[in-house]
Design a protein around this ligand. Structure first.
Ligand code: SF4
Length: 352
């Protein structure tokens, strides 16, 4: 006989979805709100901790539901304060979230899939392809875990920039964002949430339908379609012109300025010619270009850029009127760059 299937997890519910708990024997009209607050505000992991529910009701709830789907596996803290958090999912797979301090901000980098199909040449997450999508609960739990690990260092920003391409898992990502943003959910303002995407035009059009005006960051990496397809072999056809048209339409609807991300690789996309290409591609758009010097990844035969090259690109873009920032490399000493931690841990026994 196989194992009995696990009950559904409360973290997978939308905020209105908690109303289903009214059907539990002994439930009252306010039971959904009580349970939701235990799960999302107080972050309990066990039904037994919900002390304002009667004992009988807790027993019924515990038979029909579990609280979470994943469990903390390990935490790695880097000298610069960057924290890699590994969660073991109920099928044994690992996912990674990274909490990154920066002056008065603390950003949580969230995963949306186990692995990634885009297979960017510079990224550890894509090395073995995609294994599966995360559920909305598995996404929301990354926030809950990061919050409870550092209650005295509140998170200020949330970016879907961990492993996975969020638009390949759009339904669950949108559901998770709705829970994150709802004042009766995690209460995170839309301005604090960023979805980082390769920018399939159809997916951007769907994201534009969203009620929640979260921020979008486009992973460009190269200023022309052929070079993008080369750097991102799982992307499919790159259609930059359509992508930027959709991005412009979303800006007109939401007023949210676009971020364009470029992971800069030594000897690949760190030239003045590439910078000029970005300047002409993005001219007239309300955009901030974020140049991200690549963090070395074991097994990936690429080089980080010379910092002077990155600054030269930034100067060239700025001289052409494109607002540009250069991101400091973070978390190098514990290898929390772009899916590395998960890969490293997955090659070892759990809890070794
Ligand atoms: S950089 Fe992002 S899109 Fe590219 S393989 Fe890694 S997780 Fe996927």
């Amino acid at each position: 006989m196989g194992d009995a299937p696990l009950p559904p997890a409360l973290t997978d519910l939308t905020v209105p979805g908690y109303d289903v708990l009214r059907e539990l024997p002994g439930a009252r009209s306010f039971t959904p709100k009580q349970v939701r607050r235990w799960v999302l505000e107080r972050g309990v992991r066990d039904v037994d901790a919900m002390t304002d529910l009667g004992k009988e009701l807790r027993a019924r709830l515990g038979e029909a539901w579990r609280v979470r789907r994943g469990a903390l596996d390990r935490v790695h803290e880097s000298r610069d304060g960057t924290t890699g958090i590994l969660t073991r999912l109920d099928d044994g797979r690992l996912i990674e979230s990274v909490s990154i301090p920066d002056e008065d901000r603390r950003t949580l980098c969230i995963s949306s899939q186990v692995g990634c199909a885009v297979a960017c040449r510079f990224c550890a997450s894509g090395l073995e392809g995609v294994e599966r999508n995360l559920t909305s609960g598995e996404i929301v739990e990354q926030v809950l875990v990061a919050r409870e690990l550092a209650p005295d260092r509140p998170l200020t920003n949330y970016v879907f920039m961990g492993s996975g391409e969020p638009t390949h898992n759009l339904k669950e990502v949108r559901k998770a964002i709705a829970v994150m943003n709802d004042p009766a959910g995690l209460g995170i303002g839309a301005r604090r949430i960023t979805v980082s995407t390769v920018g399939h035009p159809e997916a951007l059009a769907r994201l534009a339908e969203d009620e929640v005006p979260f921020h979008i960051a486009l992973s460009l990496h190269a200023p022309d379609d052929a070079s993008r397809e080369e750097l991102m072999p799982g992307l499919g056809p790159s259609r930059l012109e359509e992508t930027l048209r959709e991005a412009r339409a979303r800006f007109e609807k939401t007023g949210r300025r676009l971020t364009a991300e470029v992971v800069v690789l030594g000897g690949v996309n760190d030239t003045d010619e590439v910078a000029r290409g970005f300047a002409s591609l993005l001219s007239g758009l309300n955009v901030v270009v974020n140049l991200i010097p690549w963090n070395p990844v074991p097994d990936i035969d690429l080089a980080p850029p010379d910092p002077r090259r990155v600054e030269a690109m930034a100067d060239l873009l700025r001289a052409r009127g494109v607002t540009t920032t250069v991101r400091r490399p973070r978390g190098r000493d514990v290898g929390v760059a772009c899916g590395q931690l998960r890969r490293h841990a997955a090659s070892r026994r759990p809890r070794d």
